[in-house]
Design a protein around this ligand. Structure first.
Ligand SMILES: C[S@@+](CC[C@H](N)C(=O)[O-])C[C@H]1O[C@@H](n2cnc3c(N)ncnc32)[C@H](O)[C@@H]1O
Length: 351
């Protein structure tokens, strides 16, 4: 694989498709990799989100455990980290885009007029049914990860916590700035297939993906050298289910949930433990206790989060020594946590 622009000449790397996700560390990946210790073989990306961090540790040759409690996110890791060589070919795309399939109508019924016109909602129901016709779990994961990325391209702001999507998809000024708002999902999907297929590679390690609560999962992982913790930042949009509920509904195709409020979020939600101020110190305490056996931790954090830096250091020091690295965002990247002037921290924790 050839050199890319992300790291210049130093590393031979593969290219992760561009991300759009609150808290994505795409822009900080070089810093994270350079700060990480060198004597590590196995990395646990414990709150994986887009999977971009685990992916680049995979590229470094590490064995990866990747976990996110939302299935829509763990499928990205399944497609691009656990998967070493399965891609979507022309026949698979034909299956996925076959509009003659008989499908259920969950998306049409609940989301027409909320995020989509009727034709796009129907297209999504049929696409979801077609995914089940693929004969391989990695192809299914790839197809769903790709459609979810198409959805965040199509919907204004790339999330589902607002009700402006349809209005903006008809607004010429908005469309001029972002042509995807008015595009058919099928076209966005097709334009992304190459970058996802191209991102798949074999690092000759047995990488594993999980979709669990991190604190419950940790005791089962015995051979981790480095845990990378990037939990939701309390103070900066920590409720990922409020922002990405539609992606989770699309992949889970819920039969047993209610759909509530204007955005039709599913109810009941999964318990995160990293959303409320009242729970967060207890959650970090449990997270660190459960990770005591792991020699290195790298923790992403920022100066807008609760609890503040000094309290975090106290909590970490019960288990590890810690060095704090800092960087300031020079531009606004979207979302409260990455505004110009916000200071991003990396806690480097070791025995
Ligand atoms: C800040 S984001 C991670 C971003 C990621 N590092 C990236 O670069 O894309 C935090 C993630 O934690 C996940 N999450 C929240 N609570 C969790 C829990 N208890 N267990 C596992 N994952 C959780 C959310 O779904 C979200 O994707």
């Amino acid at each position: 694989m050839s050199q890319t622009t992300l790291f210049g000449e130093k590393y031979k790397i593969h290219q992760f498709p561009r991300t759009q996700y609150l808290g994505s560390k795409e822009k900080l990946i070089k810093w994270i990799l350079e700060t990480a210790p060198n004597d590590i073989k196995t990395v646990f990306d414990a709150f994986s989100g887009t999977s971009v961090v685990g992916y680049y540790f995979k590229d470094r040759g590490c064995k990866i455990y990747s976990n996110d409690f939302l299935k829509c996110n763990s499928l990205i890791s399944k497609a691009l980290i656990e998967n070493q060589n399965i891609t979507l070919n022309k026949d698979d795309i034909d299956i996925l885009l076959d509009e003659t399939t008989k499908a259920d109508n969950l998306i049409e019924k609940i989301f027409t007029g909320v995020f989509f016109e009727k034709d796009q909602a129907q297209f999504l129901d049929i696409f979801r049914a077609n995914v089940e016709k693929l004969d391989n779990e990695y192809k299914k994961a790839l197809a769903l990860a790709l459609m979810n990325r198409s959805l965040t391209r199509k919907i204004t702001l790339g999330h589902f916590a607002h009700l402006k999507a349809i209005e903006y998809s008809r607004n010429p000024d908005r469309i001029k700035r972002n042509a995807s708002l008015a595009k058919h999902l099928k076209d966005i999907f097709q334009s992304l297939v190459h970058s996802y297929n191209h991102a798949i590679f074999d690092n000759k390690k047995q990488n594993w993906v999980f979709c669990e609560d991190t604190i419950s999962l940790l005791p089962k992982l015995k051979d981790v050298d480095l845990a990378y913790f990037d939990p939701p930042y309390v103070g900066c949009h920590p409720d990922y289910q409020a922002f990405y509920h539609f992606l989770e509904t699309f992949v889970q195709y819920w039969k047993d949930k209610e759909f509530v409020n204007g955005t039709k979020s599913y109810f009941p939600k999964k318990e995160s433990g990293f959303v409320q101020k009242t729970e967060i110190i207890n959650s970090f305490t449990k997270l660190f206790e459960a990770s005591n056996h792991i020699p290195y931790w790298l923790i992403s954090y920022n100066n807008k989060s609760y609890p503040e830096k000094d309290t975090m250091i106290e909590l970490i020091k019960k288990h590890k020594k810690v060095k704090v690295y800092e960087q300031e965002y020079q531009n606004h990247y979207g979302g409260k946590g990455s505004r110009k002037g916000t200071r991003e921290y990396l806690f480097y924790c070791y025995n």
